[in-house]
Ligand binder design. Structure first.
Ligand code: SF4
Ligand code: SF4
Length: 145
């Protein structure tokens, strides 16, 4: 039960493709090593080449590059790796820190026009999104290993 949480009756969200979440300056896109390897395979390049060309270190973790100080490296009028996009992107805005309280949700909704709009996500669906976001992220030191 999600009793007591501000989202106990569910939350509305439906992406309106505005691109704000992919173009936020200085944004980070973390993923597990497995997810990064899947994107490298998609481009048919080696994992090392993928890391060199498309990722950078951010706060001790490997992140997709934001170019420069702007859109995600894979943003080209929309996500150019949509089917391969990391869990972080798939589960937005149902992130642990966004769901901590109504004010956090409202702050995020000021940037994302898909929040409080469209499809109603039930608590069990929101919990499933949270669970997916619990995966281990690739640490930066692994990049040169
Ligand atoms: S900011 Fe929200 S509505 Fe805009 S692309 Fe991202 S998820 Fe979709
Ligand atoms: S990987 Fe795709 S969905 Fe994720 S931030 Fe980059 S462009 Fe957006």
């Amino acid at each position: 039960m999600a009793k007591g949480k501000f989202w106990q009756d569910g939350l509305k969200f439906e992406c309106r493709q505005c691109g704000n979440c992919c173009t936020f300056p200085g944004g980070s896109v973390y993923a597990s090593e497995r997810e990064f390897r899947r994107i490298a395979d998609y481009f048919e390049i080696s994992f090392d080449e993928f890391l060199d060309r498309f990722t950078e270190e951010m706060d001790g973790y490997v992140s997709l590059i934001s170019v420069p100080e702007g859109p995600c490296v894979f943003y080209k009028d929309g996500c150019s790796i949509y089917d391969m996009r990391p869990t972080q992107c798939r589960t937005f805005p149902f992130w642990d820190h966004v769901l901590k309280g109504q004010h956090r949700w409202d702050d995020e909704a000021a940037q994302c026009h898909g929040m409080n709009y469209g499809k109603l996500w039930r608590p069990n669906e929101i919990r499933e999104q949270l669970k997916q976001g619990e995966q281990a992220l690739m640490k930066a030191r692994s990049k040169s290993e």
